[in-house]
Design a protein around this ligand. Structure first.
Ligand SMILES: Nc1nc2c(ncn2[C@@H]2O[C@H](COP(=O)(O)OP(=O)(O)O)[C@@H](O)[C@H]2O)c(=O)[nH]1
Ligand SMILES: [Mg+2]
Length: 474
């Protein structure tokens, strides 16, 4: 069945139910944030979530589905006119192509409104028709959350921190060299600003490739629709000693402040502060594969990410989200289909240990949190090879069907944390690999949706209570 046919089929089903809709009661919309660093699996997660709900697939761990309470799921126009629509149809078409491909990289924020028509429960179930629950899904880069730390930092402090970290990184040499050719007390020129900003963006890209996660300003690598604007054309420069009036440095400072005012603040005010439920996706297996340094960096970044969910720690955020707060946060290690199910428990334990540490550092209280491991699109099958629990799938690199063993994840995650604190460059007595798999052929079935691992359990944690209680009438 073509994707467009699926769309029409859903519209037909909505039309058929149209007459019963008139007495529908609406629950308050649930705003579900989906975030994570680049390549953590946000686009694939949202695509699979929508495909599974629209197709009416059975989701045994999602009570509303297991109890057959979802009469219908459909997409309607989003209420927010100012952000891109999540391009569900194109992403699904890519997964369904022959050969199937993963969705293209996305570089900004997008949203989609999914509506569930639900059969009521409890005392009212015999008296009342179905009610509608809107779910506004908001996909945004986790890197943007890291910009929160800029709100309390002056340009001078930020520049000095960045230049200090850069000095110890080999790939920082090019930027350091570019700075030696520049006198910050010279008058400002646009050409110099642009070339320095490009050089600084290259540095951030190299830092990302090397596995570092301190990549703010978050919009440099993921600019959304602000690419090329002056607010995104600045870079760290040391303060000149003399007067700063009309200097290159002064204009860089002005642009840094403009970035905070016109880029960071609107994101937190217009989008982030409105979220009530949040899933944070983490490509934990890649970090394990890259070694103790990468896992330690991920752990530090996660501490910075969760700070955004604890408004009390930041005066700017406290003012924005007074009264409104995220009340459930799920931390999910993605791509669990790279591992045999016997390892999933250990994978989840590592996710939990990383977050325990991050939450403790943020002195986090308030929202209910949980950790699990999931695969949005299951791309492998399980196999045993010489007593090793393996998975089999098509490698993304050469499209060959291959047996893969990701390594044996330790039962006790503290062992990994010890390797980090001992400053080891490799894991002690362990090795992990996370070779990327291609999506499976015919990943999507019009009635059965997309095979996944624990996507339904994630939905139950994130939405279950709001969907199973009677709606708050608005
Ligand atoms: N095997 C497997 N790979 C996945 C899964 N989800 C994401 N990936 C891989 O991770 C890449 C990045 O996913 P994407 O959703 O685009 O990440 P985003 O940048 O956070 O939106 C994809 O291109 C896939 O290679 C999954 O459930 N299983
Ligand atoms: Mg994406």
């Amino acid at each position: 069945m073509a994707i467009t046919d699926i769309g029409y089929r859903i519209i037909d089903r909505v039309d058929a139910l149209g007459t019963q809709m008139s007495d529908t009661i609406f629950g308050a919309p649930i705003r579900l944030g989906v975030t994570g660093l680049a390549r953590s699996g946000k686009t694939v997660f949202i695509t699979s979530l929508i495909a599974n709900l629209l197709s009416g697939a059975k989701l045994p761990q999602f009570a509303a589905s297991a109890q057959d309470r979802i009469e219908l799921a459909y997409l309607i126009p989003q209420p927010n006119d100012t952000i891109a629509r999540f391009d569900y149809e194109t992403h699904l078409a890519q997964l369904c192509a022959h050969p199937p491909t993963w969705p293209d990289n996305t570089k900004g924020i997008s949203t989609l409104r999914l509506t569930l028509k639900l059969r009521p429960t409890g005392l009212l179930s015999g008296l009342r028709g179905a009610f509608e629950q809107h779910i506004d899904i908001v996909d945004y880069p986790g890197e943007w959350l890291l910009d929160l730390c800029l709100m309390d930092k002056s340009y001078e402090e930020w520049s000095s921190d960045v230049l200090h970290r850069m000095a110890s990184r080999v790939f920082g040499a090019e930027y350091v060299n570019a700075l030696t050719n520049l006198d910050p007390s010279d008058p400002f020129t646009d050409a110099a600003a642009r070339s320095l900003a490009v050089c600084f963006t290259d540095y951030l890209e190299n830092a990302r490739v090397a596995g570092y996660s301190d990549l703010s300003p978050g919009h440099f690598l993921l600019p959304g629709d602000m690419a090329g604007s002056p607010a995104l054309t600045f870079a760290p420069v040391p303060k000149p000693t003399g007067s700063i009036r009309k200097t290159f440095w002064a204009e860089m400072k002005r642009r840094y402040d403009a970035y905070k005012t016109h880029v960071v603040r609107p994101f937190f005010r217009d989008h982030f502060s409105k979220i009530d439920r949040q899933i944070v996706l983490v490509d934990l297996l890649s970090a394990l594969d890259n070694g103790p340094d990468a896992l330690s960096d991920l752990q530090r970044t996660m501490s910075d990410v969760v700070r955004a969910f604890r408004p009390g720690q930041n005066s700017f955020l406290t003012r924005l989200v007074s009264g409104q707060r995220v009340d459930k946060i799920l931390f999910a290690a993605t791509k669990a289909d790279h591992l045999h199910h016997t390892q999933h428990g250990n994978y989840t334990n590592i996710m939990r240990a990383i977050m325990d540490d991050a939450l403790r550092h943020a002195k986090f209280r308030g929202a209910q949190t949980a950790a699990l491991s999931l695969a949005s699109v299951r791309s492998t099958t399980e196999a045993l090879h010489e007593d090793h629990p393996c998975v089999r799938g098509t490698l993304l690199s050469n499209r060959k069907n291959t047996l893969s063993y990701a390594g044996s994840l330790p039962e006790n995650a503290q062992q990994l944390l010890r390797d980090i604190s001992d400053g080891r460059s490799n894991w002690l007595g362990a090795e992990f690999t996370s070779t990327p798999f291609a999506p499976p052929v015919d990943a999507f079935h019009p009635d059965r949706g997309i095979a996944h691992i624990r996507l339904d359990q994630s939905l139950e944690f994130l939405l279950g209570d709001r969907i199973c209680s009677d709606p708050r009438v608005i």
